[in-house]
Design a protein around this ligand. Structure first.
Ligand SMILES: C[S@@+](CC[C@H](N)C(=O)[O-])C[C@H]1O[C@@H](n2cnc3c(N)ncnc32)[C@H](O)[C@@H]1O
Length: 217
């Protein structure tokens, strides 16, 4: 689903900094060789993630949902010299694909890939994070928020992708005849949870499929 018309989307991309050669190849080859390439953040959202990271100069980033490693590379661009991005995914088939692109960049030694189920891995992490990017299974979004909240420093940011869920968060975006499906309900519950959390300030940005930006006070 496109929230902007195709020509406005093209215009926005044309007036956003372009991808590096590595990101361009990773983007193209994900679309050519990997299932469900729509999951990749892409140029516009990728440049947004990079800019947030460069502005914050994080020492620790946690990413939940690596896929082919595109958003990890974008977020890693802002890390401090001693910074580290931990990225978690349960799909072992994509690890070597992602690594082959990370290895072509100066960020490769700053990316720590953890293979496994994110709800099991997050509680084992003892770091204090400046940025957390939630971009995995929707049914666990609220759980991820609860698991990471105390691990984020005051003044840190949690970003969550796909919070407009192809428009299905509003009745007009859903087939009238069908009940709300589980993933849509999970995204609705997550958005409501964040909105009602007095410990945080949030902005739902209609970027791509919707990006929730949460500032921990
Ligand atoms: C939307 S993709 C991530 C896209 C990536 N962040 C990007 O922008 O390029 C979601 C990823 O989450 C992973 N995932 C789904 N459920 C998971 C779980 N329970 N634990 C760990 N990873 C999971 C999937 O294997 C998939 O690669």
């Amino acid at each position: 689903m496109h929230f902007l018309s195709a020509d406005l989307e093209e215009y926005a991309e044309a007036h956003t900094t372009g991808e590096s050669d590595v990101l361009q190849r990773l983007n193209r080859n994900t679309h050519a060789y990997v299932m469900r390439p729509r999951m990749l953040s892409g140029q516009l959202q990728g440049r947004f993630l990079s800019m947030i990271s460069r502005m914050m100069r994080p020492r620790r980033i946690l990413e939940i949902g690596t896929y082919t490693g595109y958003s990890a590379l974008c977020l890693a661009e802002g890390l401090t010299d001693d910074g580290l991005l931990i990225t978690v995914d349960n799909n072992e088939e994509l690890e070597s694909f992602a690594r082959s692109y990370w290895n072509q960049t100066p960020y490769t030694s700053k990316i720590d890939f953890r293979l496994g189920n994110a709800p099991d891995i997050i509680p084992t992490l003892n770091d204090v994070f400046d940025i957390v990017f939630i971009d995995a299974d929707k049914k666990n979004y609220s759980l991820y928020y609860d698991l990471v909240f105390d691990k984020v420093r005051s003044g840190g940011i949690i970003l969550a992708d796909n919070v407009l869920w192809s428009g299905k968060v509003v009745p007009a975006g859903r087939p009238a005849s069908r009940a709300i499906d589980k993933d849509t309900q999970a995204v609705l519950d997550f958005n409501q949870k964040v909105q009602q959390d007095s410990r945080a300030e949030n902005v739902l940005l209609p970027v791509r499929d919707g990006l929730m930006m949460i500032y921990k006070q």
